[in-house]
Design a binder for this molecule. Structure first.
Ligand SMILES: NC(=O)c1ccc[n+]([C@@H]2O[C@H](COP(=O)([O-])OP(=O)(O)OC[C@H]3O[C@@H](n4cnc5c(N)ncnc54)[C@H](OP(=O)(O)O)[C@@H]3O)[C@@H](O)[C@H]2O)c1
Length: 247
């Protein structure tokens, strides 16, 4: 497939490499026009693009930018997009830490529902509930015992099917997490969030989530993680997430 990725940081950059390795034609864009992604594209054998170019004539678009940055994309960017083009959102909302406040989400709107409303079309939420390090290092072939899982939520079954296939292709079991409105169950500080779970544990974690409790835990993360020092190991981060996110 032709896949356009907006954002080539920890998650978007890793997905670009892995999806290229899986045989897809990948193009990438960030804030800096073609010049801004030229070096990344050359080093990773993908195509550099600007924002209009990255979505032109692709089958899948992956948005991998901070949540508030969605508002900085051109307002009519997706207006002419065919209905069968799949948009995947990897974002997580960290107000007061990395992100400026978005009142609708602060008032309880599910993060990717807000994203879908901003861009005016359905989105699939995926790749948000794994750490970048997990995505880079801990994928494994389909059928591997204990293979880690990624939750996938969305409202268009055909779009979700493709997103779940991409999850599988980059080394993870895809777990159907329901409709986009259900994707609060995979947001930061829920039991399913960035805990390196296999598919069985992921399904249980999604079911265990309790509405309204995660954002308060999320807001305490800087204080909690400061106890781990400046450079915690992956294992320390996962252990902290499991402890904090448990219901
Ligand atoms: N890091 C993780 O472990 C992790 C895990 C799961 C999900 N996520 C979520 O996935 C998203 C990306 O995370 P990340 O860690 O990959 O972020 P990151 O490393 O900070 O990279 C962000 C990317 O977004 C681009 N960008 C920012 N604003 C933009 C705009 N207005 N237009 C176009 N491109 C823009 C940046 O481009 P410039 O260089 O031009 O600024 C950069 O390439 C976030 O929402 C994050 O919460 C992160």
């Amino acid at each position: 497939m032709k896949i356009g990725i907006i954002g080539v940081g920890n998650i978007g950059g890793t997905l670009a490499r892995k999806l290229h390795a899986a045989g897809h034609e990948v193009r990438v864009a960030n804030k800096g026009g073609i010049a801004g992604v030229q070096k990344f594209a050359e080093e990773n054998d993908v195509r550099p693009a600007d924002i209009p170019g990255v979505i032109d004539n692709v089958h899948v678009i992956i948005l991998s930018i901070p949540t508030p940055a969605i508002q900085q994309l051109p307002g009519d960017l997706f207006a002419q997009l065919a209905e069968d083009v799949i948009v995947i959102d990897t974002s997580n909302y960290y107000p007061g830490m990395r992100d400026s406040h978005i009142p609708d989400i602060d008032d309880g709107l599910t993060e990717s529902v807000w994203v879908a409303r901003q861009i005016g079309r359905p989105v699939i939420k995926a790749f948000n509930n794994v750490l970048a390090n997990t995505l880079q290092q801990l994928g494994s072939p389909e059928g591997t015992a204990g293979r880690l899982a990624i939750a996938v939520a969305g409202d268009v079954p055909s779009h979700k099917e493709v997103a779940m296939s991409l999850v599988n292709q980059v080394g993870f079991d895809a777990v159907d997490a329901g409709a986009l409105a259900d994707s609060w169950r995979q947001q930061p500080s829920t039991p399913a969030y960035c805990c390196d779970l296999d598919a069985v544990a992921m399904r249980k974690a999604l079911a265990d989530a309790i509405p309204g409790v995660a954002s308060a835990k999320r807001d305490r993360l800087p204080e909690l993680f400061s106890t781990l020092g400046a450079n915690p190991t992956h294992e320390q981060v996962i252990a902290m997430n499991r402890k904090v996110n448990a219901v």
